[in-house]
Design a protein around this ligand. Structure first.
Ligand code: GLC
Length: 546
């Protein structure tokens, strides 16, 4: 396939959570042939690419983010031939495919870790991971005070010895020591393997985590963060002293990957990319991951973290664009993924949460750069309250707190009862689907022009026509009659208005291109957004003035 250079700069990428998208063989877990069978669906929806979460052999303690073999397919998801078929079919439909790379840690069942446990302290096998002697007379305390993102200490003791190993996530996910050159070599081989297989890009898991401060000193943690309702991972990321994250040495790794991927693209006349999952503390530190000789993109979680407020959203847009400009990187935008509470629920749930979610999505789709969507958001799915006996997130097992299962419930495709076409009739999805999802299926929503699915399809089509390649973002100071809670910007003749306030606001003059929902003529209802084609040179109180 010949690829125009930089396809990813303005792409809409759809995240497929492999376990929960489509189950072809009825074992209750999604798989690669299931994804292939649904590729025409993604083409019809109007996305440009899909990112597939890890499908490699894994004991599935963290649902694939614990990889036991980086260059194979777990039989429960299919085979390498199934992946070839998926790639061919996707490319035939004009869709690109990004796969997940998990370089921060392996599974505890990876042959390297098995070998390390069997080897003595100080051995080369152990030096691929971070083994250290415990503190206290009997080494009964972990080597430092770091906590796992999933709760509890970030260290596990090797039974009957004074050695502990570091795991920033689950104890079945030991962190690699990236100061050991063997580790870097191994991952270059992994990149090469999947590039040769024909993937169009990689999403780098925990891209900010590979290097830790060499001393492995204690984290300065004066006060416990107030967890509130924020997802655990997000709370962890607001800590200021982070000797385990975002260390300068990581950037040399990404420079070498950039060279590898670009050389490959040049040699094969294709255009491959790498996007980082880096939970950085500021837009400036995010920008360091996408300097011209580093990765192509980095997820920008600032919108996902922002409150429902026009000033907050304006700051997200301003801060992101300002940080990306000096490094000439294409910004990214994301409202939901498999690690966070779904955005209709974050915005309050019910009809209001859904209206807000659609409005935020419409605004996001108008911005320059790439948008990353998460499966099921096009159906307006809410976070599900998964019963305790069905919860499977490792953080649930480590803390007893509700984890991420509620955003990972298998997709409802058709019919009136589980498995709603996710798997063959009579099959049992790995997380139970709610009994009242019959009206939310793809089948039901495609037939309804007012549905969230139809809205997404219209918005994606409008993005292709009106937002891709449009001019730079100009934020608009709200006229007095709008109050403070309206976000407005223009990109050339495209005008975008979002009403985060409590009362309807008058709409500027302009042809309506797409709306997140129904408003009375001439006004924009609270929790709604619109795109307008603005008349040339428009100004004045009831039109957008710059
Ligand atoms: C990333 C993944 C998450 C996983 C974690 C550990 O944050 O998105 O699902 O649990 O890394 O690999």
């Amino acid at each position: 396939m010949s690829a125009p250079q930089g396809w990813w700069r303005e792409a809409v990428v759809y995240e497929v959570y492999v376990r929960s998208f489509a189950d072809s063989d009825g074992d209750g877990v999604g798989d690669l042939p299931g994804i292939t069978s649904r590729l025409p669906y993604l083409r019809d929806l109007g996305v440009d690419a899909l990112w597939i979460t890890p499908f490699y052999p894994s004991p599935q303690h963290d649902h694939g983010y614990d990889v036991a073999d980086y260059c194979a397919v777990d039989p429960r998801f299919g085979s390498l031939e199934d992946l070839d078929t998926l790639l061919d079919t996707a490319h035939g439909l004009g869709l690109r495919v990004i796969v997940d790379l998990v370089p921060n840690h392996t599974s505890s069942e990876h042959p390297w870790f098995v070998e390390a446990l069997a080897a003595p302290p100080g051995s080369p096998a152990r030096s691929r991971y971070l083994f250290r002697t415990g503190r206290g007379a009997g080494a009964e305390e972990p080597p430092n005070n770091w906590e796992s993102v999933f709760g509890g200490p970030a260290w596990t003791r090797v039974e009957g010895t004074d050695q502990w190993y570091l795991h920033l996530f689950d104890s079945t996910q030991p962190d690699l020591d990236w100061r050991n050159p063997e580790v870097a070599q191994m991952f270059e081989g992994v990149l090469q393997f999947w590039l040769d297989r024909g993937v169009d890009g990689f999403r780098v898991d925990v891209a900010h985590g590979l290097f830790k401060e060499e001393s492995l000193r204690d984290q300065d943690r004066p006060e416990e963060p107030d967890a509130g309702d924020a997802p655990r991972e997000i709370v962890e990321r607001t800590l200021a002293d982070e000797p385990m994250w975002d260390q300068p040495e990581v950037h040399e790794v990404y420079r070498s990957w950039r060279r590898l991927v670009d050389d490959y693209s040049d040699e094969h006349g294709t255009d491959r990319m790498v996007v980082a999952e880096a939970w950085t503390q500021t837009p400036e530190s995010m920008a360091r991951f996408v300097r011209p000789d580093e990765l192509h993109q980095s997820f920008n979680f600032s919108w996902l973290l922002a409150d429902w407020s026009a000033p907050a959203f304006a700051e997200v847009v301003r801060g992101t664009l300002a940080a990306m400009a000096p490094v000439d990187a294409s910004p990214t935008w994301v409202l939901s993924n498999h690690d966070v509470v779904r955005h209709p629920t974050r915005y309050g749930g019910g009809a209001r949460g859904l209206a807000r979610a659609r409005a935020a999505t419409l605004v996001m789709l108008a911005l320059p750069g790439s948008c990353y969507l998460y499966q099921g958001e096009e159906l307006g799915l809410e976070e599900v309250d998964v019963a305790p006996e069905h919860r499977q997130d490792p953080s649930w097992f480590r803390t007893g707190e509700v984890g991420r299962d509620g955003c990972r419930v298998p997709m409802p495709w058709s019919g009136q009862e589980p498995p709603y076409g996710f798997g063959p009739p009579g099959s049992t999805p790995w997380i139970p689907q709610p009994a009242d999802w019959g009206g939310l299926t793809v089948e039901a929503q495609r037939a309804d022009p007012g549905s969230t699915w139809s809205f997404y399809q219209r918005a994606l089509a409008a993005r292709h026509r009106h937002a891709r390649g449009a001019g730079p973002v100009e934020l608009i100071a709200a006229p007095a009659e709008w109050g403070a809670d309206v976000l407005a910007f223009r990109r050339g003749s495209l005008g975008v208005v979002l009403n985060c306030g409590e009362v309807p606001v008058p709409l500027p003059t302009g042809r309506l291109l797409v709306a997140s929902g129904d408003s009375d003529p001439g006004v924009l209802a609270p929790d709604h957004a619109v795109w307008l084609e603005l008349p040339q040179g428009s100004s004045g109180p009831s039109s957008i003035s710059l």
